[in-house]
Design a protein around this ligand. Structure first.
Ligand code: PGA
Length: 267
């Protein structure tokens, strides 16, 4: 979790993936809006495209931020099945997840496409959660940090330090997503340091020090506090455990039980 040396605010996001009709999603959003005490924590939910309007309505008046799971890099035109940044912004979306490992590995999105999406998001005045992470084979080959560095350089290559203020990086080891296997706190900590070092080399130490870096991959109510207790882990990107109000609320609440919370400015 962010500590007293910087202004990073804890950021916990729920990625609902391809779950829930718009009616079901609105019901979950309404439960979160009523019961979730965001405190000093930034909280986002990213429902499917078809539920964005209903969830926006359900969250009206709540501090929970509306996110989207994906976007087209194109502004408009003949792009069947795609959704533009302007369409998302018009629904009240403030943050877009780009480069999720399911987009990269199941739907074939390469670094260049992820970079174009990130640029489109920033150009539209939206924020991005940029997902990076290595596969198990890449980790076992000792290439985890090199893979993540490549993904960061490709996506953030044209970003200024000012652009970076609208970017959160989510480190999500592919082998930990939906598998029940979580990276050890030490592994997450080491990779988050590596992320910050790469970004420092690109846009300078100050921008890197302010960068919020989330961890994602089998985050549950039982391991969230331990992960957030690391000074390098500024937040969480939660898949499966964000699909029930109780477990997501417990994860958000666990940031308050971190031993470092008292030293966090803005928390
Ligand atoms: P998970 O998904 O929490 O279900 O592992 C995380 C993610 O894909 O963002």
């Amino acid at each position: 979790m962010s500590n007293g040396t910087d202004s990073r605010k804890t950021f916990i996001a729920g990625n609902w993936k391809m779950h829930y009709t718009h009616t079901e999603a609105a019901a979950l959003a309404a439960r979160l809006g009523e019961r979730l005490d965001t405190g000093g924590v930034r909280v986002m939910v990213a429902p499917p495209f078809t539920a964005l309007q209903a969830v926006a309505d359900a969250l009206r008046g709540s501090a929970i931020v509306l996110g989207a799971q994906n976007v087209s890099p194109e502004a408009s035109g003949a792009h069947t099945g795609e959704v533009s940044c302007a369409m998302l912004a018009a629904l009240g979306v403030r943050v877009v997840i780009v480069g999720h490992s399911e987009r990269r590995h199941v739907y074939g999105e390469d670094d260049a496409l992820v970079a174009r999406k990130l640029q489109a998001v920033l150009a539209a005045g939206l924020e991005a959660v940029l997902c990076v992470g290595e596969t198990l084979a890449e980790r076992e080959a000792g290439a985890a940090e090199a893979v993540v560095a490549r993904q960061l350089r490709a996506a953030l290559g044209t970003c200024s330090a000012a652009d970076l203020r609208a970017v959160t990086v989510a480190y999500e080891p592919v082998w930990a997503i939906g598998t029940g296997r979580t990276a050890s706190v030490a592994d997450a900590d080491a990779m988050h340091r590596a992320v910050r070092a790469v970004v420092a080399g690109m846009t300078g130490a100050a921008a890197a020090a302010g960068l919020v870096v989330q961890y994602g991959g089998s985050v549950k109510p039982d391991n969230a506090a331990e992960l957030l207790a690391s000074p390098e882990v500024d937040g969480l990107l939660v898949g499966g455990a964000s699909l029930q109000a109780d477990s997501f609320i417990r994860i958000v609440a666990s940031s308050a039980s971190s031993p470092l919370v008292d030293s966090c400015p803005g928390n």
